[in-house]
Design a protein around this ligand. Structure first.
Ligand code: A3P
Length: 320
């Protein structure tokens, strides 16, 4: 590591030591920075990209709150953008790599090294809230695709993700009720959930040609229409020949939960092996359904989170 890199890390640590912190869903401290809670690791990455990151003006950002459909959206956007390179789905990188290894992550991969990417594939992912994005992304007028999801399903998905991650580290998961309480108080990595949604929602109303706002539920209901919409938004609409040749369906099948979750790499592979945040690829695939929250939360818990969301989103025009 360079001397400059070390000094920078020291500065970020100094900034972090001045921030409010709280024990969060996974038992670690999360820090409150510019209105959102962050795990220290990603906060350091965020501070670094806020200072240094420079996008290509053609870059398209895939943005989301964790557990709202990021893996699926990454797979779809990657498959759509790289389709001219496909000669049949058998050659897609998605068959041998986790979608998260196909699309670099801003506040980790690119924070560590800006060249951790294939510049010919202008896709970058991030969980950073809109108001905290590096200013360079906004001034370069990069396109952004945001996905979100019913808060109850997002919470349940998050709890299972963290519980599995903790079990693989031999640490007991936090009880569901305690985690739920924290989530309802806005405390989660990149939370509050509602503020994350509202930031991108309002920006999508202001700059509709730059920001595409999607929901997991709508995408599930009519995936074909959304795949076409994504292609159009990214500037690579399907040609009539492609549509007639079944290209849209081929991409949907390639990126489906069934297909991806059953691939050898996603069953047995590891994401970022040999790092402190190594994780089994299989943890990114659980059920992939709408409404599974009802199997894990009581109706009272569901109603409470619905009330919170209704209150927070009131007047915004956003309905989930
Ligand atoms: P569940 O835990 O409800 O099953 P993220 O990708 O943002 O981490 O979100 C994870 C959620 O997306 C999980 O939801 C996961 O099962 C689901 N998921 C993963 N891959 C998917 C795919 N190809 N299609 C639909 N859902 C998918």
């Amino acid at each position: 590591e360079s001397a400059e890199g070390k000094n920078e890390a020291k500065n970020y640590n100094e900034v972090m030591s001045t921030l409010p912190k709280v024990k969060s869903l996974n038992g670690y401290d999360y820090y409150l920075y510019q209105g959102f809670w962050y795990a220290p690791f990603f906060l350091e990455g965020l501070m670094s990209v806020q200072e240094h990151f420079n996008p290509q003006s053609t870059d398209i950002f895939v943005a989301s709150f964790p557990k709202t459909g990021t893996t699926w959206l990454k797979a779809l956007t990657f498959a759509i953008l790289t389709r001219s390179r496909l000669s049949g789905s058998t050659t897609s990188a998605l068959l041998s790599k986790l979608p998260h290894d196909c699309v670099p992550f801003l506040e980790y991969d690119l924070a560590q090294n800006p060249s951790n990417r294939d510049l010919a594939i202008p896709l970058v992912s991030t969980h950073v809230p809109y108001s905290c994005l590096p200013k360079s992304i906004i001034s370069a007028s990069c396109k952004i695709i945001y996905i979100c999801r019913d808060a109850k399903d997002a919470f349940v998905s998050l709890w299972y993700f963290l519980a599995k991650q903790r079990r693989s580290e031999n640490v007991e998961p936090l009880p569901l009720e305690k985690s739920f309480e924290l989530f309802c108080n806005g405390i989660a990595n990149y939370g509050p959930y509602w503020d994350h949604l509202l930031g991108y929602w309002r920006a999508s109303l202001e700059f509709p040609e730059k920001i595409l706002f999607l929901t997991y539920e709508e995408m599930k209901k009519d995936t074909a229409a959304h795949v076409k919409k994504l292609a159009e938004f990214m500037g690579c609409s399907f040609t009539l020949e492609e549509e007639e040749g079944g290209e849209v369906q081929m991409i949907i099948s390639l990126c489906s939960f069934e297909k991806l979750s059953n691939l050898e790499v996603n069953k047995n592979g590891k994401h970022r092996p040999d790092t402190s945040i190594a994780i089994q690829n299989s943890i990114y695939f659980r059920k992939g359904e709408i409404g599974d929250w009802a199997n894990h939360l009581t109706p009272e818990m569901g109603a409470r989170l619905d009330d919170i969301m209704d209150q927070k989103l009131k007047g915004s025009g956003l309905k989930l």
